[in-house]
Design a protein around this ligand. Structure first.
Ligand code: MLT
Length: 399
């Protein structure tokens, strides 16, 4: 019989957000009259912006005409989008070549796909709490994973330990789930550590558009040396509401090398291109046209307005936490509010308690690792009315 990849047996039985969805579905089936408010998975609620829709419509029309119809596109993404992303980086002070940018169907896919590039005997360092995709995809490959603690004491921003060696390091800033964001000095320490250890940093910047503090870097490439050691993953899911439309980008600078068993050095950009041309046929043309509109002047203004709408919700949640005396983190440079579970509860118990008492769904911190056991995450991506109602209900838990 065909042998199965036994590494999958080391995964938790189901993916965090599938598990939550199932629990909520079961509750709703048993309580059909209850109105559930979802502040769990970070899924957006605002529609695509007018410039994006306009560009999407016109691309759909192009597909209806033999003269402008598009079949297979370049696996790496169309030049018009790669150049728009390159210009976006340049406006934020980072110079890249367009062929260092690979258009993807989102940061989740590529943070997992990139594991194809690395040998199984590399040691992977991840923070705890952590976005579960980094852990699950490396577990699927059978790689050794070591953890660094993110705690209230270090502001959920673990720093490199010179006594620990890692070959692959995952960082996410602003962080999912804690909302904490590294400053330039802290990221410089990570870049220095990676260079000293000949390691690669896999940097997830999916929430960069939520950064409002001008002192905080929006890209790891704002740090000197990063182009020799870091790959960056970004997504339009949160920037422009593309969770259902699917488009992101992965930046693989040409300065990063990895070593083969015979000692020869391989340029990661070239090898990633080799991987993509084999395993990926690119993001749909119409989606790439929609994505390019995000980077136009009007598109950027519309995206900013969307983010500001979500920030109002984050403030409503933060103010509620203040009013009931619950300690929280994030919510300023991030769409996530990460708080200590009230009543000394374990996070899955608090999840059930909230669902049962007030029909509000959040994400239990335990789903992100042991350091999340007593924490809970709420998102600001629902609409204002629902967020307000959820927070009014939340306050009743304290009466
Ligand atoms: C989350 O809720 O953590 C995110 O929405 C998950 C994702 O982006 O895949």
């Amino acid at each position: 019989m065909t042998k199965f990849n036994e590494n999958y047996l080391n995964l938790k039985e189901s993916y965090l957000f599938s598990d939550i969805a199932k629990r909520v579905e079961t509750y709703q089936a048993a309580n059909p009259d209850k109105k559930i408010i979802r502040l769990g998975i970070g899924d957006v609620t605002l529609p695509l912006a007018p410039s994006v829709i306009k560009s999407l419509h016109s691309a759909v029309d192009e597909m209806a005409d033999a003269a402008t119809f598009k079949g297979y596109g370049p696996e790496q993404g169309y030049d018009f989008l790669r150049n728009a992303i390159k210009d976006y980086y340049a406006r934020n002070g980072v110079e890249l070549d367009a062929d260092e940018i690979f258009v993807s169907d989102g940061a989740k896919s590529d943070t997992g796909n990139i594991t194809d590039m690395f040998a199984v005997d590399n040691t992977v360092l991840v923070p705890d709490p952590v976005y579960p995709v980094y852990v699950d995809t490396n577990t699927m490959n059978g790689r050794k994973i070591i953890y660094m603690d993110g705690t209230a004491e270090n502001g959920f921003l673990p720093m490199p330990d010179p006594n620990v060696h890692a070959d692959i390091i995952y960082l996410c800033s602003p962080n999912n789930p804690t909302g904490a964001a590294y400053n330039k000095q802290q990221l410089k320490a990570w870049v220095d550590y990676a260079l000293e250890n000949n390691a690669v940093i896999l940097y997830d910047s999916a929430y960069e558009c939520f950064i409002e503090d001008p002192e905080l870097p929006r890209s790891i490439f704002a740090i000197e040396g990063a182009k020799q050691c870091a790959v960056e993953f970004c997504s339009l899911s949160k920037t422009a509401g593309f969770t259902g439309t699917r488009c992101g980008y992965t930046v693989v600078p040409k300065g990063i090398k990895a070593v083969a068993a015979d000692g020869s050095e391989l340029v990661l950009n070239k090898m990633w291109n080799r991987r993509q041309t084999t395993k990926f046929n690119g993001v749909p043309y119409i989606v790439q046209r929609a994505a390019a509109a995000v980077f136009s002047e009007a598109g950027m203004a519309e995206a900013k307005a969307m983010i500001n709408t979500y920030k109002v919700n984050a403030k409503i949640i933060a103010d509620t936490m203040d009013s009931v005396g619950v300690r929280y983190y994030g919510g300023i440079n991030s769409p996530y509010i990460w708080f200590e579970c009230p009543f000394d509860m374990y996070s899955w118990d608090f999840f059930d308690f909230m669902l049962d008492k007030i029909q509000v769904v959040g994400t239990p911190g335990a789903g992100f690792g042991k350091n999340g056991d007593n924490f809970f995450r709420l998102t600001s991506f629902n609409n204002k009315a629902n967020t307000e109602e959820a927070m009014e209900r939340f306050k009743t838990l304290f009466k």
